[in-house]
Structure formats: C-alpha cells, structure tokens
Design a protein around this ligand. Structure first.
Ligand code: KG4
Ligand code: ZN
Length: 339
C-alpha cells in the first residue's frame, strides 16, 4: 500500500497543535504552541481566551508542521482533527480549519476522538504495540481504564466518578500555592518530600472495582492544609505534594493491575498528561515487571496534548474507512466509541 501522510490538528484545550504523521507511526513533524503561560495568570484555562489564541495561532502552526515535515499540501492524503471532547469554542477552531483545508484541497476529512488520540500516542514510539491491550488514560479531563480491543475499538472498564486525576493534581497544586498546571510542579516538588509523611486516603469503589474517585483525596489534602493553618502547625509543602502524589499513584497502579489480572492482559499502556508523571511511570514499570506484563508509555511530549497522537489515531480510522462530511461539528462531550 502507498504511504499515507496525514495532516493532524488538535485544539481541544490550551495547546494549538499540528503534525504530519506517516502511516500512523512515523512523526514527520509535531508542532505545539502552548498557551500555558497565558492561562497561568488566571490559575487555569479560560475558555474564551483559549479560543481566541487558537484562531491567532492555528495557521502559523499548520504552516510550520508542513515545513518541518518537508511536505506541501499536495503530498497530504487526509486531514485528521480532534472534534471532541473538549472546550467547544477551542474545538471549533480546529474543526473549521480542518474542514476548510480538506474542502479546498479535495482531501478526506477524519474526525478523531481526543481520548483515542491519547491512546494512539503509544503506537508512535512502540512499533511492536498492537491491540489488544489495556490502557489507563489519565489526563486533566479524563480518567478511564479501557481495553483497546482493536484500533479505535474500546471496552470501557472504569472511569472517574468525580475529578480526573490531572484535575486533582491541578487543584492540590493550587491549594499549596504552586500554580497552574499543577501536575509537573507536584511531580518536581515531590522529589524533595516524604511520600509517606501524611496518610491521605486511597479510594476504592467496592461495587465497581475499575472506577476511580479523586475528590475525597483532594478534600483530605485541603482539610489537612486548613487544619495546619488554623493550629499553626508548619506545612511542609514537599511532604504534602509527595504524600498526595503517592496516594494517586497507588490508586492508578492498583486499579490498572487489577484490570490486567482480571482480563488476562499481558500488555498495559498509560496515556494522557498524568502519564508523564515520573513516580507513576516507575511504580507501573516495577509492578508490571513483577507480573510479567509489558508496560508502555509515550514520551512526556506525546503524553500531554499534541497533534502527532491525533495523526496516529486518524491513520487507523482512515484505513478503516472513517470519513466525516462538511457538516462535522465540535462535540464537547463526545463519548468514547461514538461516531
Ligand atoms: O492530556 P492533557 O495534556 O490534557 C487533557 O486532555 O486534559 O493533560 C493535562 C493534565 C493536567 O492536569 C496536568 O497537570 C497533568 O496532565 N500533568 C501531570 C504531569 N504533567 C502534566 N500530572 C502529573 N505529573 C506530571 N508530570
Ligand atoms: Zn488531552
């Protein structure tokens, strides 16, 4: 079969990103324009600002992605774009752009589910990885444990009942004064702290063993901080960060390994922004090795939002025959497995 080059676009949250990916696994370029510095001023992503910035940046980001890949639109076979879930105004910028390019050049349009993109980030650096495998998707907006039955086919085993893992990192970071985004800051500060200094709770939901819950843990950290402030007990930020992080890591590792064991999965992958957490990666690696499970994770730059992962997912959708029409719309609460 002829090589397939996909121009991929991602704008679901606060990164404006474009990439050129060949045959789903070879990244020819991966350009990311992050708005993080801008949103840091407000302590989190401001949707209206995100949309406006996407509009300002998207043409330039796409041009750079084509230039760095050394290709022109003449060599592109299809346009892939995230159409949900995410912020509606942010998604719309990418979707409108992808439609305009595809229409003007007579190219097929492939809409991609953002979470399918995160999962597919694992294909890029692991040429041998093929479904079926178990994947834990842990980002700022999502926490899912899924069986990847085939490319683009998922069986959801569990999901968060309340906060996403990354959201908990961001909220706790804000409470200890670290700023946005909290994940990388807690990751770093934790190295100086004792992960067993404060016994924060590890929530397990009896009746649905693959579901997650992080709001109780978040409240426990906030209560601990309030109590210290009221009684004048000194707060050791590094210990709070490390103990919180350890509680999240324990839950993420236990839940994923329970799923792997129960469903006899010999391959486990992680995906999403939180998957770049160093303590988590190490703990997963060790737990998997002890049980003879192969562990996969993307490089940090492919864990957080990027368009290369959307290009990987779009390729597998493209070869399956998925095509979207010019009526493709942004779907802010798109469910996994929906088309
Ligand atoms: O996947 P992502 O870029 O966006 C969503 O789709 O949500 O994930 C962003 C989330 C943020 O909550 C951020 O704090 C978290 O991933 N994150 C981390 C780390 N790097 C990013 N969490 C823990 N440790 C990290 N090193
Ligand atoms: Zn994401």
């Amino acid at each position: 079969m002829k090589d397939v080059k996909i121009l991929a676009i991602e704008s679901s949250c606060d990164e404006t990103a474009a990439a050129v990916v060949e045959n789903g696994r070879k990244v020819l370029s991966n350009v990311i324009s992050s708005q993080i510095a801008l949103h840091t001023l407000y302590g989190g992503v401001v949707p209206e600002i995100a949309s406006r910035k996407h509009i300002e940046k998207i043409n330039q980001v796409i041009r750079e992605a084509l230039d760095q890949a050394g290709v022109t639109l003449d060599e592109i076979d299809a346009v892939g774009v995230t159409y949900g879930p995410g912020l509606v105004g942010a998604l719309l910028v990418g979707v409108a752009e992808a439609k305009a390019i595809a229409y003007a050049r007579g190219l097929p349009l492939v809409g991609v589910h953002h979470i399918e993109g995160h999962v597919s980030a694992n294909y890029i650096e692991h040429p041998e990885l093929e479904p079926p495998f178990l994947c834990e998707i842990i980002s700022g907006g999502h926490t899912h444990l899924v069986i990847v039955k085939d490319y683009g086919e998922f069986e959801i085993l569990g999901r968060t009942r309340d906060d996403a893992a990354g959201e908990a990192f961001d909220k706790v970071a804000r409470a200890i004064g670290l700023g946005y985004p909290g994940g990388p800051k807690i990751d770093k500060l934790s190295k100086e702290g004792n992960p067993y200094a404060i016994p924060f709770p590890r929530a397990h939901i009896e009746e649905s063993p693959y579901d997650f819950s992080f709001s109780g843990l978040k409240s426990a950290v906030l209560n601990y901080l309030n109590k210290c402030r009221m009684t004048g007990k000194p707060i050791v930020e590094a210990d709070v960060a490390a103990s919180f992080q350890q509680a999240v890591v324990d839950v993420l590792v236990d839940t994923a390994l329970r799923g792997a064991e129960d469903f006899h999965m010999k391959k486990l992958a992680i995906a999403g922004g939180v998957a770049s957490n160093q303590t988590l990666r190490l703990a997963m690696e060790t737990a998997c090795r002890e049980r003879g499970i192969r562990f996969y994770h993307p490089s940090p730059i492919l864990c957080t939002d990027n368009a290369a992962m959307i290009g990987a997912a779009a390729y597998y959708e493209y070869i399956k025959g998925t095509r979207h029409g010019w009526d493709l719309n942004a779907v802010p609460n798109l469910k996994l497995g929906e088309r």
